[in-house]
Design a protein around this ligand. Structure first.
Ligand SMILES: Cc1ncc(COP(=O)(O)O)c(C=O)c1O
Length: 474
């Protein structure tokens, strides 16, 4: 190798190590002679490479103490940190509950699954939706992009299907890749790192993870069987100025509780008084086991302060990744600008959904699954009743997907979960839905994902694990 080639190799290597952060800003470089020996090159080669890097501003000589890696100019305030570390900051610090939960089926493929929050394979089968996907895939236009805001026909049909007075036009609807993306877009528009957001506690872990990852501070509001404690909320709003309030008022995840009509009215009045945007996540509204729930906050919204979120993940299946946001026109326009950054939502799914709604197929599908889910809930409740002598408590939800089950102090939910997983049953620990440890341990059991025979088998396994623990404890 010629002298020029050797010099270029050394220069490039040092430059790469400095730029990539492998040699940190501020750290000393080895003396010329030592580095020459290490690399098996002449001292002149090192002198030349160092001079070049110094001329470019990558390194600096300090009289009597050698050469150091210099911060690049103009130096940003965080120049001491490598970009990889900067990028990982909040994200790495936030819990990774979503990935943990989704990996259950990969790690334990044959487990009886009470962990995931969806309607399972049987819901998809009974929906006939796959027929719509097949026939849609045969149409050429399903292979192209649709508009950023979402397929116009789907938005139009959603307006009719939601049937809410304040949402009268498809211009008010934005289709998103699941409601999680909707919440991500809304949060990015309304709040910056360090801002405050109010939400009921416990709450859907995907929202907690999202807020924490974006550096938004969460003010928790306690809840009871009538939903968020509005009396506590009022005190919070008087003292702080949160950017928005996030709530799952109907068949809340994980508790299954529903906000009473009276509290809904009070919440809307507070929103008006404090000019507080409300993000209403209504994923479970149409999945009632008994009577219909109270009206949505959005349907009673007279100020335009309510931003409404919903999703086909719970109505059909989550892999579809189609959800929507309904809001006032100006906010919908802003959301569309933000949505443009990820281009648009998948066309095939939107076209199939538009056809499904056109044929009015969603209505009979929901009637059918409500019956199925009520049966599934009854089987699970029957088993849970038999756990009562162990101090295990639950309330039957009026809709949604979950039993929120409280355990006596001596049963550690994580240990119980590990033992049940080893026996082939998965569920979710309650602490996923909290900011800090609960005074009382909880687990969440989803009753909709498995068919009745599997629920029966799974609950017998939990029973068996609990009984063997009881023997150990007594
Ligand atoms: C309250 C709530 N919102 C949103 C989601 C996620 O919905 P999507 O799959 O549409 O992102 C879930 C899923 O568990 C949920 O429980």
């Amino acid at each position: 190798m010629g002298r020029k080639a050797i010099y270029t190799r050394v220069y490039n290597q040092l430059r790469y190590e400095i730029l990539s952060g492998e040699i940190a800003i501020g750290s000393p470089l080895p003396p010329e002679r030592k580095l020459a020996e290490q690399l098996g090159v002449s001292r002149n080669t090192i002198v030349r490479a160092y001079s070049e890097l110094e001329a470019e501003g990558f390194i600096v000589s300090r009289m009597g103490s050698g050469r150091y890696v210099e911060a690049l100019h103009p130096a940003p305030s965080h120049a001491q940190t490598h970009w990889g570390k900067q990028a990982s900051g909040k994200l790495a610090a936030a819990p990774s509950h979503m990935a943990e939960l989704l990996s259950v089926t990969d790690t334990y493929p044959n487990t009886i699954n009470f962990a995931h929050g969806d309607g399972g394979k049987h819901t998809l089968e009974s929906s006939c939706f796959s027929d719509y996907v097949k026939s849609t895939a045969e149409q050429l236009h399903s292979y192209y992009f649709t508009s950023v805001q979402g397929l116009p026909e789907l938005r139009e049909r959603l307006v009719a299907w939601m049937d809410m007075e304040p949402i009268s036009s498809p211009e008010q609807v934005v289709i998103t890749s699941g409601s999680q993306e909707g919440l991500y877009l809304i949060t990015s528009l309304l709040a910056r790192p360090g801002d405050l957001v109010v939400t009921e506690m416990p709450t859907y872990f995907g929202s907690l993870q999202l807020f924490q990852s974006l550096g938004v501070q969460i003010i928790p509001v306690p809840m009871d069987a009538n939903g968020m404690r509005i009396d506590v909320l009022e005190g919070i709003l008087a003292r702080y100025r949160p950017r928005f309030l996030y709530t799952v008022p109907t068949y809340h995840n994980p508790t299954g509780w529903t906000m009473s009509l009276d509290r809904r009215k009070k919440l809307l009045a507070l929103s008006e008084r404090y000019q507080l945007p409300i993000v209403e996540d209504d994923a479970y509204r149409h999945l009632h086991l008994d009577a219909e729930p109270p009206p949505s906050l959005k349907s009673m919204d007279r100020t335009g302060n309510v931003i409404y979120l919903n999703t086909f993940s719970k109505l059909l299946f989550p892999g579809l990744r189609v959800g929507w946001v309904a809001a006032n026109r100006s906010f919908a326009r802003l959301l569309t600008r933000m949505k443009e950054l990820s281009i648009t939502t998948n066309t095939l799914g939107q076209l199939a959904l538009a056809a499904y709604l056109r044929d009015d197929a969603l209505r009979p599908h929901l009637q059918e699954v409500r019956k199925q889910y009520a049966e599934q809930a009854a089987i699970m409740a029957g088993h849970l009743d038999r756990f009562r002598p162990l101090g295990i408590r639950y309330e039957r939800p009026a809709g949604g997907f979950y039993f929120w089950v409280s355990l006596p102090e001596e049963i550690n939910p994580r240990q119980l979960m590990t033992e049940c997983l080893q026996q082939g049953v998965s569920f979710t620990c309650g602490d996923m839905f909290l900011l800090r440890e609960a005074e009382q341990p909880y687990i969440r059991l989803c009753f909709t994902h498995e068919r009745t025979d599997q629920i029966d088998r799974g609950m017998k396994i939990i029973d068996h694990v609990l009984q063997s623990r009881k023997e150990l404890l007594s």
